[in-house]
Design a protein around this ligand. Structure first.
Ligand SMILES: C[S@@+](CC[C@H](N)C(=O)[O-])C[C@H]1O[C@@H](n2cnc3c(N)ncnc32)[C@H](O)[C@@H]1O
Length: 476
C-alpha cells in the first residue's frame, strides 16, 4: 500500500482550509460531516461558504495565508488557485508534522481524502492513491448501490448489544457465529425492512437461546424480472446471495438462477400450462415448512410476484402461519417487453391508459370485459395470451376494434431469444400459425405498437456474443 487508510477523530478539533472556492467547499463539507471545527483562510468566499460563515458553521479569516495560520491545526488542506502558495503551505506543514492535502498536487500531499460512502456509523472510504480520483468516485457509486442505506441502523443495533453478546458468548468462535447469524439472517432483514422492534425481539430470542439457537427462518418473495439478469433489483440480488434454499418456477431464466448462492438448495416447482410439477397449495405449504425448519427461503418468481404471479396467495399462507416474509418487486413482463421492443405502453398522442389482463383460455373462452377493452386510446397487454390469441382477436373485432389495429407478440422478451411478431388484428393469427413462437410470449394491442419502428433500440446479441447457446429458460 502506498498510503495507510485510517479513520481520524476530528470532532471539535481545529482543521485549517486555505482557499475559499468550490474545491475548498467540497473538502470543508467532508470535514464538517465529521464534526471538525473548520477555519478558512481566504480573501474571498464562494457564496455557499459565505452562507456557512453567516450561519456560524465555519470560522473565516478574510486575508491571504500567513505561516502562523498552521499553529494548532490538526490538519491542513491547501485549496488556493495559486500553486506556489499551495506548495509553501505543504512545505511548512511537513516541517511542522501537520498532515497536509494539496488540491490537484498529489505529490505534495501527505494524506489523501478518499471518496466516502456514509452509512454512519458504517463508513466506507475508497482511494486509488494518486492514480485516478474519477475511478475512485466510480467505485464509490457502484458500492453505494450494494450497501443498503439501513446498514447504519444495523450497526447501531450491534453497538447496543455488543457488551451483552460478549458476556453471553465467552468463546470467540461462538461469538463470531452468533454475529454471522444476526448479520446475514432474520435480524438484519427485520432492520432493513424497518421493523426495528421485531429485530430487537429476535435479537433477545437469539441471545436467550445461546449457542444452540436454531436459526430464524423467513421467506423472501422475489421478482426475478422478465429474463435479462441485468434487470434484477439490488435487493433481489442481495437476498439471492444469502438464501439457503431457492424455490423457483419455470419463468426464472437460467442466467438469473446462476446468481443464487452456489451452495443453496434448489427446488423446482414448475408451473407450465397444464403441467404443474407442484400444485399451488403444495408450494404454499413447502414455503412454510422450509422456513419453520430455520431456512432463509428465496421464492423466486418470473417478473413481478404481484402481477399474475399468485404472490398474494403465497404470502397469505405465510402471514397466517406467522412466518416473517418480505416481497421484492421485479420488472413485470409488460414493462420489460415493451421497453426492449421500443413500444411505450402509454403515449400522449396514442394511449392514455394501459391495462394488463390475463388471456388465459378456459373452456375455449376468455372471461374479460371486452366492451371496455375495445375502447379507443388505450393499450392492452395480454399475459398468457398465446394459446387464446384467436379468441382475443375475434372478441376485440366483435366489440368494435378495427381489424387494422396494430399488435405485437413478443417471445421471451429481454432475453437473447427475444423475437417480435408484429402485425394487425387481421393477420397476426395466421402469422403465428405459420411460425409459432416459443413461450413465454406477451401480446400488446394498441396504436403505440406503431412507434416500435422508430424506437426499437435492443439488438438481440449474436450467439457468439451470448457466451452459450443454451436455452435461457430452464425447460424450453
Ligand atoms: C403466470 S404469468 C407471470 C407474470 C409475471 N409475474 C410478470 O410479472 O411478468 C406468465 C406470463 O407472463 C408473460 N411473460 C413472462 N415473462 C415473459 C417474457 N420474458 N417475455 C414474454 N412474456 C413473458 C407471458 O405472457 C407468460 O405467459
Amino acid at each position: 500500500m502506498d498510503y495507510l487508510p485510517i479513520f481520524l477523530d476530528v470532532r471539535n478539533k481545529p482543521c485549517l482550509v486555505v482557499g475559499g472556492g468550490e474545491i475548498a467547499l467540497r473538502k470543508i463539507t467532508n470535514l464538517r460531516r465529521a464534526g471538525a471545527t473548520v477555519r478558512v483562510v481566504a480573501p474571498e468566499l464562494a457564496p455557499a461558504l459565505a452562507e456557512l460563515r453567516a450561519a456560524g458553521e465555519i470560522l473565516h479569516a478574510a486575508r491571504a495565508f500567513r505561516d502562523a495560520d498552521l499553529d494548532e491545526a490538526l490538519l491542513v488542506v491547501a485549496a488556493t488557485d495559486d500553486r506556489h502558495v499551495n506548495q509553501r503551505i505543504a512545505e511548512l506543514a511537513r516541517q511542522a508534522n501537520v498532515p497536509v492535502n494539496v488540491v490537484d498536487q498529489p505529490e505534495a500531499c501527505s494524506f489523501l481524502m478518499p471518496s466516502v460512502i456514509d452509512r454512519s456509523p458504517v463508513v466506507v472510504a475508497v482511494s486509488t492513491g494518486t492514480a485516478s480520483p474519477v475511478l475512485a468516485r466510480l467505485m464509490r457509486t457502484r458500492l453505494e448501490a450494494l450497501i443498503p442505506a439501513a446498514y447504519g441502523r444495523l450497526a447501531g443495533l450491534c453497538a447496543d448489544y455488543r457488551a451483552r453478546v460478549k458476556e453471553r458468548f465467552a468463546d470467540q468462535r461462538e461469538r463470531r457465529r452468533f454475529w454471522d447469524r444476526v448479520l446475514q439472517g432474520g435480524v438484519a432483514e427485520r432492520v432493513f425492512s424497518g421493523h426495528l422492534d421485531e429485530a430487537r425481539a429476535a435479537m433477545e430470542r437469539e441471545l436467550a437461546a445461546g449457542p444452540s439457537a436454531s436459526p430464524l427462518g423467513e421467506v423472501y418473495l422475489v421478482g426475478a424480472g422478465p429474463g435479462d439478469a441485468d434487470l434484477l433489483t439490488f435487493r433481489a440480488l442481495r437476498l439471492m446471495q444469502q438464501a439457503d434454499v431457492v424455490v423457483y418456477d419455470r419463468l426464472v431464466a437460467a442466467s438469473i438462477l446462476d446468481k443464487v448462492r452456489r451452495d443453496a438448495r434448489r427446488i423446482y416447482v414448475g408451473k407450465e400450462r397444464d403441467n404443474h410439477v407442484m400444485r399451488q397449495g403444495e408450494i404454499n405449504r413447502l414455503l412454510v415448512d422450509l422456513a419453520r425448519a430455520g431456512h432463509r427461503v428465496l421464492r423466486l418468481k418470473g417478473g413481478d410476484p404481484f402481477i399474475f404471479g399468485r404472490g398474494g396467495e403465497e404470502i397469505d399462507t405465510l402471514a397466517e402461519e406467522g412466518i416473517p416474509f418480505q416481497v421484492i418487486p421485479g420488472i413485470t413482463a409488460a414493462s420489460g417487453c415493451a421497453s426492449y421492443t421500443g413500444i411505450p405502453l402509454t403515449h400522449r398522442d396514442y394511449a392514455q391508459s394501459v391495462t394488463f389482463v390475463t388471456g388465459h383460455l378456459k373452456d375455449n373462452s376468455i372471461n374479460l370485459n371486452w366492451a371496455q377493452l375495445a375502447q379507443p386510446h388505450q393499450t392492452i397487454v395480454f399475459y398468457m395470451g398465446l394459446v387464446g390469441l384467436p379468441v382475443i382477436v375475434e372478441q376485440l373485432i366483435a366489440h368494435g376494434v378495427s381489424p387494422q389495429m396494430p399488435v405485437a407478440l413478443i417471445q421471451q422478451g429481454t432475453t437473447h431469444n427475444q423475437r417480435v411478431y408484429s402485425g394487425t388484428l387481421s393477420d397476426i393469427v395466421e402469422r403465428v400459425r405459420r411460425d409459432p413462437p416459443e413461450p413465454p410470449t406477451l401480446v400488446i394491442v394498441g396504436e403505440v405498437v406503431r412507434l416500435r419502428e422508430r424506437f426499437n433500440w435492443f439488438q438481440v446479441p449474436l450467439p457468439a456474443e451470448q457466451g452459450a447457446l443454451a436455452p435461457i429458460f430452464p425447460d424450453n
